[in-house]
Write a protein that binds this ligand. Structure first.
Ligand code: NI
Length: 169
């Protein structure tokens, strides 16, 4: 089975899924490991650097990352336990919002606790692109898209572009 990445092009059903808060995974079963592997494959196919459960219609607290210079990682039931005061402004895109790119301000460094696909708990300190990707993917678990973090002027610009894409099909 090939999993499909849900795109928010004004499609109400996809938007409804992307806007939900994901539930904990709790039991890291063989099925969860299989989904994690499929999510990594889908992320690579889409040339993305991260992908979260809700983006493939799996409303559980799981995401995968593959930041430049890093290896693929799986985060299950993550908690962000620390973020730096220092904020960084950097351009983001999202596999669920094709064609949309915008600068978003986020903490530059973070510390996260999670479980990997083998059921092993870990703590990771991240900065740079990896920290950025983790924060973006974590937002997906809360039903938040990066465009929600733009100021009003830039957000309305993006929304009108999405509206045009919707009309174009
Ligand atoms: Ni995204």
């Amino acid at each position: 089975m090939e999993i499909i990445v849900l795109e928010n092009k004004g499609d109400s059903e996809n938007d409804r899924v992307l806007r939900q808060k994901a539930k904990p995974v709790k039991d890291i079963t063989g099925e969860v490991r299989k989904i994690a592997q499929e999510m990594i494959e889908a992320m690579h196919r889409g040339r993305g650097v991260g992908l979260a459960g809700p983006q493939v219609g799996f409303l559980r607290r799981i995401f995968v990352t593959h930041a430049e210079g890093d290896h693929p990682r799986v985060f299950i039931d993550p908690s962000i336990v620390w973020t730096s005061q220092e904020q960084v402004n950097y351009e983001e895109g999202c596999l669920s919002l094709p064609g949309i790119w915008a600068h978003v301000t986020r903490p530059g460094k973070i510390k996260i606790q999670a479980w990997n696909e083998k059921g092993r708990a870990f703590t990771l300190e991240a900065q740079g692109i990896l920290a950025r990707v983790i924060l973006h993917e974590y937002d997906h678990l809360e039903g938040i898209l990066f465009i929600d973090r733009l100021d009003e002027a830039r957000r309305s610009k993006v929304l009108s572009k999405l509206e045009k894409q919707k009309k174009a099909g």
